[in-house]
Design a binder for this molecule. Structure first.
Ligand code: ADP
Ligand code: ASP
Ligand code: MG
Length: 416
């Protein structure tokens, strides 16, 4: 009998009516003869609310100091509610089901609270449950550390829970149900001309996700790629009796016949640019700066260095996530004498826009099209970075939508 993992995101389980809709979709797969494990997120908005209890302004005003492990205990609770409600709804429909928390399976995670990684999922208990014909309804986003504490997998982490469960159960496929009916050429919320892709390669999806397309968590794609687990992204918003459509298959590049030069455009507003002026232009300076940031676990993304007007000095710009901006500034400022710069500035009003496509490997002129399209709209490029299958530019945040739409048109994605 084939096994299937179905994952439902926050908007898909936002209330009891939607949970009933989810239960019908699950039941349809059970009736089709699959053994089914379901992974659920918390109701939409719930995790944000729980986060705010622990590290929001209210918590700060009440003098509540953060502890990473208890943060996880609080924020993981949203998924417990939806897992119980879905199991109950399935039982009411006559479908045998039970809920599973991360610690009951167990989904063993490391102890990097708030961004933990799954280390192991012993499959025996879940396998036995689905073998018995019971639907396993699993709380996504959470695992348990080897010392028995609850750990969460980072925002959007139930996608990763789903892929990891699919791999542990040796499922045929992992179906990710969400509020859009597939992976689009860009975020359909900001470009109405975005088109659904019937297939996308793991590599392109990995770039899309890590460059800001939040439809799948980056780690879930990484894991699917490593485990060769096909993912299908599709909509849970279907009427009773209606099939959910084809969605998008995320698979190996070899399975895609029609290769495009550019498959998608992604954007991220979670960027901050730090500029250092008047650095000494001699060996070891970059190592001084980035060594300190690395030691403090600050992830640096784009970097450019240029000669300054004054002889033997240079300027340097680099980007970090908005959340790390203040910390990065503190680290750099504290080492002013050792690094030896004149001035440092931080700009949080920036965003990163990227074009992604495996066809870039074998085509020239892709960057030229990008730069021309942005110039045509008067969008100034602050930093550029490239890899084999993507080009990213840093621009002023206010131009994000304009840039995404211009690039979407420039690569012919509007008329795909
Ligand atoms: P869920 O709660 O189901 O996990 P998310 O909100 O995490 O859903 O992800 C779905 C959202 O991702 C969509 O509503 C859409 O706005 C956004 N998104 C961003 N880029 C893309 C893209 N290229 N294709 C599809 N959706 C995208
Ligand atoms: N509920 C969690 C979040 O909002 C996990 C998820 O939705 O994937 O980040
Ligand atoms: Mg999500």
């Amino acid at each position: 009998m084939s096994r299937l993992v179905m994952k439902f995101g926050g908007t898909s389980v936002a209330d009891l009516e939607r949970i009933r809709r989810v239960a019908r979709l699950v039941n349809a797969e059970v009736q089709a003869g699959h053994q089914v494990a379901v992974v659920v997120s918390a109701m939409s908005g719930k995790t944000n609310e729980l986060v705010a209890w622990t590290d929001g302004a209210g918590a700060a005003a009440a003098g509540l100091a953060m502890s990473d492990d208890e943060y996880d205990t609080v924020v993981a609770s949203g998924e417990q509610v939806t897992a119980g409600l879905l199991a109950m709804t399935l039982r009411n429909m006559g479908v045998p089901a039970r809920s599973w928390m991360g610690w009951q399976i167990p989904i063993i995670a490391d102890d990097a609270h708030g961004r933990a990684r799954i280390e192991d999922i012993p499959p025996e208990k879940l396998s036995a449950a689905v073998d018995s014909g019971e639907v396993a309804v699993i709380a996504g986003f959470q695992g348990v550390t080897r010392s028995g504490r609850i750990a969460t997998l980072g925002r959007g982490g139930s996608d990763t829970s789903a892929v990891a469960i699919a791999a542990a159960l040796r499922a045929e496929r992992c179906d990710i149900y969400t509020d859009v009916d597939g992976v689009y050429t860009t975020d359909p919320r900001i470009e109405s001309k975005a088109r659904r892709l019937s297939k996308i390669s793991f590599e392109e999806m990995l770039e899309m996700a890590s460059l800001g397309a939040k439809v799948l968590q980056t780690r879930s794609v990484e894991l699917a790629m490593a485990q060769k687990m096909p993912i299908r992204v599709l909509s849970s918003f279907v009427e009773p009796g209606e099939a959910p459509g084809q969605g998008t298959i995320v698979c190996d590049e070899e399975e895609i016949v029609e290769k495009r030069i550019v498959s998608g455009v992604a954007y991220s507003r979670d960027e901050a640019k730090i500029s250092l002026f008047g650095l000494p232009d001699h060996p070891g300076v970059s190592s001084e700066i980035f060594g300190r940031l690395a030691d403090a676990n600050v992830n640096v993304d784009m970097i450019v260095q240029s000669h300054a007007r004054v002889a033997d000095t240079a300027n340097m710009e680099f980007t970090v996530g908005k959340r790390d901006a203040q910390r990065a500034m503190d680290i750099v400022r504290a080492a002013k004498d050792e690094i030896g710069f004149d001035d440092v500035k931080c700009d949080e009003e920036v965003s990163k826009v990227s074009v992604i496509g495996v066809g870039m490997r074998s085509h020239t002129g892709v960057a030229k099209t990008m730069f021309a399209a942005l110039a045509d709209k008067g969008v100034n490029i602050q930093v550029i970075s490239t890899s084999e299958i993507k080009i990213s530019v840093l621009i002023e945040e206010a131009y994000t939508e304009l840039a995404v739409r211009a690039l979407h048109a420039a690569y012919g994605l509007d008329t795909l």
